[in-house]
Design a protein around this ligand. Structure first.
Ligand code: LLP
Length: 430
């Protein structure tokens, strides 16, 4: 069991002198130095994940292609800088993420702006700072037209405007198989435009001379069956035939490819299967329709960073109730709300002697004042003592980016591990 659990951890994870190490660093020493809860990111695992995408696109898509990192999964200056070492674009939703990208020195042409209700301030900043804006709806497009008109003076100095490329977000009317909270492509979703609205938006772009250069859809997040992508790709390509787009237009198929969170989810869903499927659907549909190939963009978040991240907690109290053994940790739903929100199923290992046999089920819960503050339920686990450290794998995506200050909790420190060295990339909040 333990060995299988190790496959959920970063690629560089080892058991050395009966203790977990990642990226050549001893987790107990890191916890002592930086305190707990502590989040670590393993550079080698992130590099390997992005290489899988580059490789699969090169192998299976004969046209031009690109990758945008969905910053909502976890963005920090060091992460944004990592994206630039790999030639990625960064998807920013909102001013905060844009500021991080700016602080990291991400060049304008690599910044893409998302959002379902972008404020005038976000749109103004996007016009000034982004290479691409994904337009969600017609009201937003009207606001963009106003803001980019030369005589607009409402939001400060936009004098030297270089209008970003615009992509229109299509709502194809189908979603991937996943938790309802993270399905986005269905007909009644709040995201994107219908086919008729896309046609209207394209018309506005033409009339106003706005640089429309792409179509986008995102069917949902954390899926491992790519089948629903086919119809969405076919419908988007049919739409592309009807509207004026430049020859080198971009088709962005969103992100959402899943990862294994628990040993029962293993083996990892291969990125190559996903990219091969999508690339073939695009190539076949274009061939049938007599269209040339668009530039193909993908927009992964979770599958680039989830496995690279590990959360380290200290067990404060071991408590037994009628039917449960509780391991009460020093972190929980404030740094990882995913079990509470989506019923996400995690696994864990003790940091010291992780290969101890499991002795029975455990419930790993946090210190916060509600019964929903549980990270893991009913996980076979060894006997551990109060004061021991526990490592929760697959903690790199949508934990810290959704973390809260519930009960006055402070957000954990984040450490980057590379070549045996640990570097603090975000200080613990005070
Ligand atoms: N593109 C768009 C337009 C998106 O909305 C998202 C995710 C992505 C790409 C990246 O999806 P990914 O590859 O990371 O699955 N908090 C939830 C996930 C919310 C996803 C939101 N949008 C969770 O913890 O599972």
């Amino acid at each position: 069991m333990s060995n299988q659990r190790l496959q959920l951890f970063p690629l560089t994870t080892r058991v050395e002198n009966a203790a977990l190490t990642i990226g050549g660093c001893n987790l107990t020493e890191l916890a002592e130095k930086y305190g707990t809860p502590l989040y670590i990111y393993d550079a080698a695992t992130m590099d390997a994940a992005v290489q899988e995408y580059h490789h699969a696109l090169q192998e299976h898509y004969p046209g031009a292609s690109g990758i945008t990192y969905a910053g909502k999964a976890f963005l920090a200056v060091a992460i944004a800088q990592w994206t630039q070492r790999h030639g990625l674009w960064v998807d920013c939703t909102g001013l905060g993420e844009m500021r991080v990208a700016e602080a990291a020195g991400v060049p304008r042409e690599h910044i893409l702006i998302h959002g379902v209700n972008k404020s005038p301030a976000v749109l103004a900043a996007a016009l000034a700072q982004a290479g691409t804006i994904v337009v969600d709806n017609l009201s937003e497009l009207r606001r963009l037209v106003e803001l980019s008109s030369p005589d607009f003076r409402g939001l400060g100095d936009l004098g030297s405007l270089n209008t970003p490329n615009l992509w229109l977000r299509f709502r194809p009317g189908r979603a991937v198989e996943t938790h309802a909270h993270i399905q986005t492509g269905q007909e009644d979703s709040k995201f994107g435009m219908s086919a008729a609205e896309i046609a209207g938006a394209a018309q506005v772009c033409r009339q106003q001379g706005l640089p429309l250069s792409g179509l986008h859809f995102h069917l949902g997040s954390k899926f491992d069956d790519p089948a629903p992508l086919r119809q969405a790709i076919e419908d988007t390509l049919a739409l592309a035939k009807e509207i004026p787009l430049p020859a080198d237009w971009t088709l962005c198929i969103g992100g959402g490819w899943g990862v294994a969170y628990h040993e029962d989810d293993l083996p990892q869903p291969p990125v190559e299967d996903y990219i091969r499927f999508a690339a073939q659907a695009v190539v076949e549909t274009c061939r049938r329709a007599g269209m040339s190939l668009p530039r193909l963009h993908v927009e992964p978040g979770r599958s680039l960073v989830a496995r690279a991240g590990v959360a380290i907690y200290r067990v404060g109290t071991v408590k037994r109730t009628a039917h449960r053994r509780w391991l009460l940790l020093d972190g929980g739903m404030a740094d990882n709300p995913r079990h509470a929100l989506y019923g996400a199923r995690y696994s864990a290992l003790p940091v010291e002697r992780p290969d101890r046999p499991n002795t029975g089920p455990a419930w790993l819960a946090g210190p916060y004042c509600e019964s929903g503050d549980v990270l893991i339920e009913n996980l076979p686990f060894p006997d551990v003592q109060e004061g021991e450290l526990v490592a929760v794998p697959v903690s790199g995506a949508y934990h810290l980016s959704m973390a809260s200050n519930y009960n006055g909790a402070t957000r954990p420190a984040v450490v980057w591990l590379e070549n045996g060295e640990a570097r603090l990339i975000r200080a613990r909040e005070t």
